[in-house]
Design a protein. Structure first.
Lengths: 396, 520
């Protein structure tokens, strides 16, 4: 598409549109960074269970992709991201966040070290502006091939088997957060063992002209492995179970915030492990160092809530009935068999053992009720299967 | 390993002032100047065999009295060739306007204008006094710390202390343009044109641009021997100021090295630890002070990669595109302006006949062109000072506006065109001047950038404007001389209180370093 004419298109179809639109029984879509994405194809529960029990395929085209090359590529990323990228070897991916000068998170994403010196940064939000600002003084080339590079998330216990069936030999030996390449009908197919579901799964990347062929090959291979396209609603459930945060839901991107105090630092999102003060300079370092010394304003926690009513948008109280925070994401987890939530609490609340309550409003046959459900701070992901980490990947 | 040393990058007047104060406080200071003599933009040099000129700034009107007496500059050789110079606003028909202090005569002045000028001047000086108060130290930060709040309260009190009516007027005009203010006050086009010159000199702005009143007040903070708004010519040119400063600094124990071009400020583990010279020599210091402009300092000497991204963006966005060119002429004889005697030639001669013509001259630079009829501030230093040219010969030094840094046609060909346009203008006021020119030199903003190592060729190391003023000069978070890079300070005109040969930035920076116990 001619970039000059972008305004003539209300919303972009993704590279898989010819396939996804046919499967989208509900015609339920929303706009993700100008692309049309399915909320649900048929049924949220079926799609969720496909991901947990067989294979779910999620159209990842709208994911913003930035390619970073040039002599200063590593130095650039190390100044922009809070973690130490020099530890990221070629053929590896790592999760990361980046902040503004005030140490407030702009977005999170994954950084791919593809071939030596060649990086790709993926994020939910469009970040080219911030990358360009961050590139001042660096010799780097940054492009945003979001529209040229099609991607699918292939997630679930049978995902490895599906890909093997498709002809990706040896894919089972790819370690978590590893990258490998295959030939696909004369084009380069990149496969990374990454995902947003907290389970065994892969993301596959190909030029858009081969997107439909890839989809067809994948679904043909997956036929006997319970493959199913999944929408964002089901993905949302899996990512909450995995304890992954989402921009615009669990935190407000700092560059979008208008009101002071609405943003969060990595410490306030439970991501202190991503901040490496051994690096002499990165954007936000001064502010984060000061925060580390003075203490944070918020704690980000995982909550196990009594009962089975999802604590969506609930206020969290302490035992003195003071509001100490709010839930940012919540579901009933079918796999963990638990009522789970992610929440942002005012410090010092949120330590394991704190006596907390979620104020949940729910209705039965249009009658609204309110319950104060006991909320317990838990550590670790709600869903963390062994098969996620095992290499070679298990054959289901 | 440190040598507990302060290194000052650049031996301009602020760098030398800073060096002198730090040395007086017992710091071990080394000044590194790239050129073969100190002075920066306050320097005298030969522009044609036997002819010397103040190569950049050419008049002295803002040097802080406390600095000149505190450092004993007279004792160290500073001598004025002329003080309290008259301003002559030239007329092509010989009906020139003369301005001296509160007095005005000639031109198209009305009696009412003469009276109003006194009131206007008195009020403007009162307003400028508010700035003078905050120029004495570091600007306050907008944080809830008692020291900062005290400084802010002092500023508020200074404004409030003017009395209700003046306070209202100050707040009304401080952020607006000089055109509107002068139109309210005066009838005489020549008077308005002449006054507006001082509101736009050196910046990328015309009389109708906002911030022009601020620039006017900034200039009025200066004095010569206590006389506000006065101007002086320095014996031996502006290099006389910096030569005296260098002597004062050396007398206090500072070491000054010339022909020592700093190629980079060394950053180790996020701290400025010294400098590297262009020949590879490395010097270690516990404190590095940069007299270079902020863009040169951060972008070229430090490197933006050593700053956080938001800071780097602010640095990139500092507005510092020069709009003034310098014209130097070696003359066989004094130029003859109709109706002007030789004594008047010792004053400051202005070609800024009206607000409209000044604004129209600016219009060209907005679009990257040289003014068709450039405006000028002319001095003939040889009228007072025989040390600058061979006997009987003269030197003309003129500031020519407007000459945009980013000239569409480029400055290689632009230089000749500017010279031709400037000479055409001069010829209209002093017919025959062209025939007396022995040598000429034009310094475009691009030349000024190269010769004086000022990014954008901007005299003030960054436009003087409300968004680059006090706590945001040069950028937010770097306004109190300490920069976001530990170990690095700024002491030049890009820092508070700004441009003009004042020395205040250098002294304030030294005080800040001393107060923090750095470089000890």
């Amino acid at each position: 598409m001619n970039k000059k004419d972008h305004h003539k298109t209300f919303v972009y179809p993704t590279a898989f549109h010819s396939r996804t639109s046919r499967l989208n029984q509900m015609q339920a879509c929303h706009r993700w960074k100008d692309y049309l994405v399915a909320d649900v194809y048929e049924d949220v529960a079926l799609e969720y269970f496909a991901m947990r029990n067989s294979t779910g395929v999620f159209d990842l085209c709208p994911m913003t992709k930035h390619k970073i090359t040039g002599p200063d590529a590593l130095e650039f990323l190390n100044r922009m991201l809070t973690r130490d990228v020099s530890k990221l070897k070629p053929g590896r991916v790592s999760y990361c966040v980046w902040c503004d000068d005030e140490g407030q998170v702009i977005d999170d994403g994954t950084v791919f070290h593809m071939r030596p010196g060649e990086y790709m940064l993926c994020s939910q939000e469009r970040q080219l502006d911030w990358l360009s600002i961050s590139a001042l003084g660096f010799e780097v080339t940054i492009t945003e091939p979001t529209h040229e590079l099609a991607a699918l998330a292939v997630q679930g216990p049978t995902s490895c088997s599906v890909l093997r069936r498709m002809g990706l030999n040896d894919i089972q030996n790819l370690k978590p957060f590893g990258i490998t390449w295959f030939d696909f009908q004369g084009s380069e197919l990149m496969v990374s063992r990454t995902g947003f579901t907290g389970d065994l799964g892969y993301e596959v990347w190909i030029e858009v002209s081969k997107a439909e062929a890839l989809w067809d090959a994948l679904f043909a291979a997956g036929k006997e492995y319970g493959i199913r396209p999944i929408g964002t609603h089901a993905l949302e459930m899996t990512r909450i179970e995995a304890g992954f945060i989402q921009a615009g839901v669990d935190f407000l991107p700092a560059d979008e915030a208008v009101r002071p105090g609405r943003t969060r630092s990595p410490f306030e999102l439970g991501l202190s492990w991503l901040v490496d003060f051994k690096k002499p300079n990165f954007t936000g370092r001064k502010a984060l160092l000061e925060e580390k010394e003075k203490g944070s304003r918020y704690n980000f926690v995982k909550l196990d809530i009594a009962g089975n009513k999802p604590a969506r948008d609930a206020f969290i109280y302490n035992s003195k009935k003071q509001v100490v925070g709010t839930v940012t994401s919540a579901i009933w987890s079918p796999t963990a068999k638990a009522n789970i939530a992610l929440a942002s609490l005012h410090a010092p609340w949120g330590k394991p053992g704190d006596e907390l309550y979620a104020e949940i409003y729910y209705q039965r046959e249009l009658k609204w009720s309110r319950v104060m459900a006991r909320a317990t701070v838990v550590e670790g992901a709600f869903f963390d299967p062994e098969r996620k980490k095992v290499t070679p990947a298990l054959d289901f | 390993m440190t040598d507990n040393k302060v290194i000052i990058v650049g031996g301009g007047h602020n760098g030398l002032v800073c060096a002198a104060y730090l040395a007086k406080a017992g710091r071990k200071v080394t000044v590194l100047e790239a050129a073969d003599q100190v002075g920066g933009a306050a320097v005298t040099r030969e522009f044609a065999p036997g002819y010397q000129v103040s190569a950049c700034a050419h008049l002295l009107f803002m040097l802080d009295k406390n600095i000149s007496s505190g450092l004993g500059l007279e004792k160290h050789g500073l001598k004025l060739a002329a003080a309290d110079m008259e301003t002559v606003s030239l007329s092509q028909t010989g009906e020139h306007l003369f301005l001296s202090g509160h007095e005005a005569r000639g031109g198209d002045l009305s009696a009412a204008d003469v009276a109003r000028l006194k009131q206007f001047n008195a009020r403007m000086i009162k307003f400028a006094d508010v700035l003078r108060k905050v120029y004495k130290g570091r600007p306050p930060r907008l944080v809830s710390h008692w020291q900062e709040l005290k400084a802010l309260a002092k500023l508020g009190l200074a404004v409030r202390g003017m009395g209700r009516e003046d306070m209202r007027e100050f707040l009304r005009i401080a952020g607006i343009n000089i055109y509107d203010v002068l139109q309210e006050q005066f009838d005489s086009e020549m008077l308005k044109g002449a006054l507006a010159w001082d509101a736009v000199l050196g910046g990328h702005l015309g009389p109708r641009s906002n911030n022009s009143v601020l620039n006017y007040l900034h200039r009025l903070t200066g004095d010569v021997d206590g006389k506000r708004g006065a101007m002086a010519s320095v014996r031996g040119g502006m290099g006389g100021v910096t030569a005296a400063l260098a002597k004062a600094a050396e007398a206090a124990g500072a070491e000054i090295r010339t022909s020592a071009l700093v190629s980079r400020i060394i950053v180790e583990n996020g701290i400025a630890t010294g400098v590297e010279l262009d020949r590879g020599e490395k010097l270690i210091a516990s404190t590095v002070v940069s007299n270079a402009d902020p863009r040169t300092t951060f972008m070229h000497l430090v490197g933006l990669k050593h700053l956080e991204a938001g800071v780097a963006l602010q640095v990139r966005n500092i507005r510092s595109r020069g709009s003034v060119a310098k014209l130097h002429l070696a003359l066989d004889s004094l130029p003859r302006f109709a109706g002007l005697d030789e004594k008047a030639l010792g004053g400051r001669l202005l070609i800024s006949p009206s607000l409209v013509e000044l604004e129209q001259a600016f219009d060209f630079s907005k679009y990257g062109e040289i003014s068709e009829s450039p405006m000028m501030e002319i001095t003939l230093p040889t009228v007072h000072d025989d040390s600058l040219a061979p006997g009987g010969k003269h030197v003309l030094s003129a500031l020519v506006q407007y000459a945009p840094y980013k000239l569409k046609q480029g400055w290689e060909s632009g230089r000749a065109e500017l010279l031709q346009r400037a000479m055409a203008v001069l010829e209209r006021y002093a017919p025959g001047i062209g025939g007396t020119v022995l040598h000429s030199e034009v310094l475009s903003p691009a030349d000024i950038e190269r010769e004086f190592r000022i990014a954008g060729g901007h005299w003030h190391h960054g436009e003087f404007a409300l968004d680059q003023f006090m706590m945001t000069r040069p950028i937010h978070g770097s306004a109190q001389y300490a920069t976001p890079l530990p170990g690095l300070f700024l002491c030049g005109a890009g820092a508070h209180p700004g441009g003009g040969v004042m020395g205040s930035a250098g002294r304030n920076a030294a005080n800040e370093i001393i107060a923090r116990g750095d470089g000890a």
